[in-house]
Structures are given as structure tokens and as C-alpha cells.
Ligand binder design. Sequence first.
Ligand code: B12
Ligand code: SF4
Length: 272
Amino acid sequence: MFPPLSLTTLAAYIPDRYKIKIIDNNLEKLSKEADLVAMSVNTYTAKQAYDISLEYAKNDIPVILGGNHPTIVPDGAINHANSVVIGDGQLIWKNLLSDFESGNLNKFYRFSQFKFENTKPPRRDLLKNTYFLESIETLRGCPFNCDFCSVTRFHGGKYRFKPLSDIERELETIKKHSIFIVDDNLIGFGKEAEERAIELFKPKNISIDDLAEVYNDLITSLNNIDSSFRKFFKSFLNSHFFKVSIFTIAESIIAGRIFERVIRDAIQKNSY
Ligand code: B12
Ligand code: SF4
């Protein structure tokens, strides 16, 4: 199960004087105790979100919908909510909440391109559940505009990079070894994107003595690979993320072994 990064990201931008509760509908029951409800909606969760919205409407609790689906079809989504937020939601809260307090919520709020500058780390502290992994976003947007994909339409045709210093600051707040990078196109395309990917995976003062053997083998086998990819890959091998990946593999193996033992015990207990 993935931690809800949209919601923790948005929560970081809601002014301190509001009390926020994040509910992961995959794992928790919804609460009726709210003055205002905001939901993050993808197309595959839209039907469920609209049903939930109806339940809150019965209790006179206003609902805001945002995310991929409401952004793509706002005119449909507004039939199921008091307001629809189109685009990135970080910077709409001041206006939206003041409209809410004066009883004048608009139907639509639009903020299409959030600039990654001095970003606030997502409020992961608001999550009650423990997740197997953490997630992080390092860029948005993609110039390729593949016709089956909504990313260019939603996030624009240019990469928007989160500053490396912000990523480092965010990584320091994450305790987990397994981190999923949610970027659609992590390495990207073009010189700027390539250089940034190399920077992103530069060493972070982490000892990799324990991984030295694997590392040396990999470096040797890289000799025949295309030079820019080799450069990127070498940075990756030296980086925090490499260590993270190794831990992920190790944790998966351990989790797999535990799971196997649990199944075996269960079978033995039930055998005649
Ligand atoms: C990480 C990811 C996954 C992960 C984790 C999903 C999860 N449950 O969290 C995994 C790999 C599991 C996954 C699986 C799937 N995914 Co996916 N995934 C993504 C990805 C790459 C990043 C999402 C993310 O966390 N972004 C970071 C956060 C911070 O950004 P955000 O969610 O966009 O939120 C911002 C805005 O949208 C807005 N916002 C969002 N919600 C709200 C709510 C309010 C109230 C407001 C005001 C604003 C707001 O403000 C936020 C901050 O700027 C997106 C692509 C993308 N770039 O969006 C695809 C994407 C969401 N996935 C998609 C799809 C189709 C799927 C699958 C159905 C694929 C499949 N066929 O199996 C499955 C469904 C799994 C499931 N049931 O959850 C599509 C959804 C398209 C759509 N129309 O809804 C996307 C957009 C990919 C695409 N290229 O089209 N996915
Ligand atoms: S994110 Fe991937 S699938 Fe989507 S437009 Fe870019 S390259 Fe194509």
C-alpha cells in the first residue's frame, strides 16, 4: 500500500490554524466529524469518491474534489462536490479556506503550475498507518505527450524540477529505507535533465564499504555501456538511492521468507 503523497503534500500548505486529519480510505473508516472534506481523486477512484461525497452532502458537510480526474473533467466532477480544484493544489488554500469561512465557496479554483521553489516537506507525520515504503516526488511534467498518458496534459510539457536542496531536506525527514520515487520520467530528456539526474544521485557521505564487492563488479561490467548512461549509473551506484534500493531488495527477501514461514505454519496447523 502506498502512502497518500497527494494528501500529505497538500497538508503541508494548509495554514497552521486549521486542524487537519488525513484518512487513507484504503485502510481506514471515513469520519463524519469534519467541517470541510477534501478528496484526491483519480479516474479509477472517481465513482467511489462521488459516492462518499454524497454521504457527506447528506450531513451538510461541504466537499472539495481535486487531483487528476477532477482536473481533466471538472464539469463532471462539480456535479458531485461543492468545489473542484483544477491543477496543482498547494497554493489554493488561503483563498479557498477564506471563501469557505465566509460561506462563499466558488465552484472552481484553478492553479495549474506550482513552481518548485522552497517546497515544504509533505506532512508524513499526519499518517497514522505504517506503510512498507515511503514515496517522494523530484520532478513534474513531461514533454513527450504520449497519447495514452495524462501527465503532459496535467503537468505541462516542461520538466519542473524540485531543487536538490529541497529533496535532500525531505530525505532527511524520511526514516524508511525503501523510498519509491513517483516521478513519471525520473531521468528525463535533454542536457539539463541529464545533468540534474547525475546531481540527484551523487554521493551523500554514506559509507558503502559493505557493498564494495557488488559495486566493483558493477563498475567493471559498465565499461561497454553508452558513456552518458554510464556516468549517470556510476553516480547512482555511489548514491543514497543505491543504498536504499539494496535495502529494499534485502527487506523484500526477508519479508518473503517471513511470509513463506507463516504460510507453511498455517498449512501445518490445518493438516490432518
Ligand atoms: C505514484 C503513482 C502510482 C503508485 C501509487 C499510487 C497511489 N495509490 O498512491 C502506483 C505505482 C501503485 C500506481 C498505480 C496505479 N496508477 Co498511478 N500514478 C502514480 C504517479 C506516477 C504519481 C502520483 C503522485 O503521488 N504524485 C505526487 C503528488 C504530490 O501529486 P498529485 O497526486 O498529482 O497531487 C497534486 C495535484 O494533483 C493536486 N491534487 C491532488 N489531489 C488533490 C485533492 C485536492 C482536494 C486538491 C485541492 C488538489 C489535489 O495537488 C497535488 C499537489 O500539487 C501518477 C502520475 C502523476 N504524475 O500524477 C500516476 C497516475 C496517478 N496513476 C495512474 C493510473 C492509471 C494508475 C493505475 C490504475 C495503473 C494500472 N493500470 O494499474 C494504478 C492504480 C493503483 C491504485 N488503485 O491505487 C494515472 C491516473 C490517471 C487518471 N486519469 O486518474 C496517473 C496520472 C498516471 C498517468 N500517466 O496517467 N500509481
Ligand atoms: S510520463 Fe511517460 S508515458 Fe507519460 S507522456 Fe511522459 S514519457 Fe509518455
